[in-house]
Design a protein around this ligand. Structure first.
Ligand SMILES: CC(=O)SCCNC(=O)CCNC(=O)[C@H](O)C(C)(C)COP(=O)(O)OP(=O)(O)OC[C@H]1O[C@@H](n2cnc3c(N)ncnc32)[C@H](O)[C@@H]1OP(=O)(O)O
Length: 292
């Protein structure tokens, strides 16, 4: 995704972390933020992501980022577009108070870090960029994949989590969030509190119930998250009626060269999240595709 301004001047790092101040540029240059340009990038990414997921409206925008305590990780390829750079994708995370059911069906009040939005531009999917973003975030937040909750993960994202992090056994929930079996064991990162039965429902509104309102065809048959992508876990078929069919994926991933560790500023590569990396079935070949 390219823009009519120099992305390398806007985002000095390969992966930029933005919070509600949208303040990456101020720290980098000591001058007022080019807020307008940063906002344009975020808004366009949010629109592209919602289109890819067939959501009725973007769940990521500059205004929403400013209004919430979320972190947005933006990945660029600085060499493309005549040296002005292109945006490859983004990942948005934030803490959410959630009522979750453990394996025995007990209600617990939790506040995990959640993946809220995740997008890699269509022509660059399945080249390892999603993993680069995800790995960077894990190191930045010092969290393990199984300690996180996932806001209505798409079939592509479920496949991604299974492939890269060996996350496949989810614990059924009544909201749109998905957690996996290790979640309730990792008490150090997740504050678990038993919820009294008479606590009124709806007091804490799951993010996804407000933002992700699309009712997908398959979910009319079985409630989320019992519906899993059909077919082999790593390469589900693209069904005409599924959200995946709108993505211009480059197809099943080719054999891949070793992953280059994400360039985490100030974070040694030795801190890479082993639980995720160790489970990678293959590593990644960064094709330098030109795109616009
Ligand atoms: C909580 C949420 O945010 S849910 C929303 C998730 N976002 C989307 O669905 C938007 C469209 N999809 C995307 O943007 C991307 O595919 C992402 C962000 C899910 C993953 O990023 P990528 O750069 O493609 O991932 P990466 O290359 O690191 O890993 C590839 C693996 O991801 C999964 N994956 C990626 N694209 C596809 C696809 N078209 N079909 C099926 N699986 C896919 C597969 O497991 C794939 O491994 P494989 O090629 O061996 O089958």
């Amino acid at each position: 995704m390219d823009f009519p301004f120099d992305l390398n001047a806007l985002f000095t790092e390969r992966i930029t972390v933005l919070d509600n101040n949208l303040s990456a540029a101020r720290r980098a240059y000591g001058r007022p933020d080019p807020i307008l340009q940063i906002s344009t990038v975020i808004d366009e990414l949010g629109k592209a992501s919602s289109k890819a997921q067939q959501l009725p409206a973007p769940i990521t925008s500059a205004a929403k980022l400013q209004a919430n305590k979320h972190h947005l990780y933006i990945l660029k390829d600085g060499e493309q577009n005549g040296g002005r750079g292109v945006i490859v994708g983004f990942l948005k995370v934030g803490y959410k108070k959630l009522f979750l059911l453990d394996q025995r069906g007990a209600h617990l009040e939790t506040e995990p870090l959640c993946v809220l939005d995740f997008y890699v531009t269509e022509t660059l999917q399945r080249h390892g960029y999603g993993l680069e973003l995800f790995d960077f975030m894990l190191k930045h937040k010092r969290v393990e994949p199984e300690q996180m909750a996932y806001d209505r993960p798409s079939p592509k994202f479920l496949s991604f989590l299974e492939k890269h992090c060996d996350l496949k056994n989810s614990v059924p929930q009544v909201n749109n969030f998905v957690v996996f079996t290790g979640f309730f064991q990792s008490r150090s990162a997740v504050q678990l509190r038993k919820v009294l039965p008479k606590k009124p429902e709806g007091e804490i509104k799951p993010y996804s119930l407000m933002e992700r309102e699309v009712v997908r065809e398959e979910q009319r048959v079985l409630p989320w998250p019992f519906v899993r992508p059909v077919g082999p876990p790593h390469s589900p078929p693209l069904l005409p009626s599924s959200p995946q069919s709108r993505s211009l994926s480059v197809g099943s991933s080719p054999s891949r060269a070793p992953l280059r560790p994400a360039a985490a500023p100030g974070t040694p590569s030795s801190q890479l999240n082993d639980s995720c990396r160790a489970k990678r079935t293959s590593s990644l070949n960064r094709s330098r595709l030109s795109f616009h």
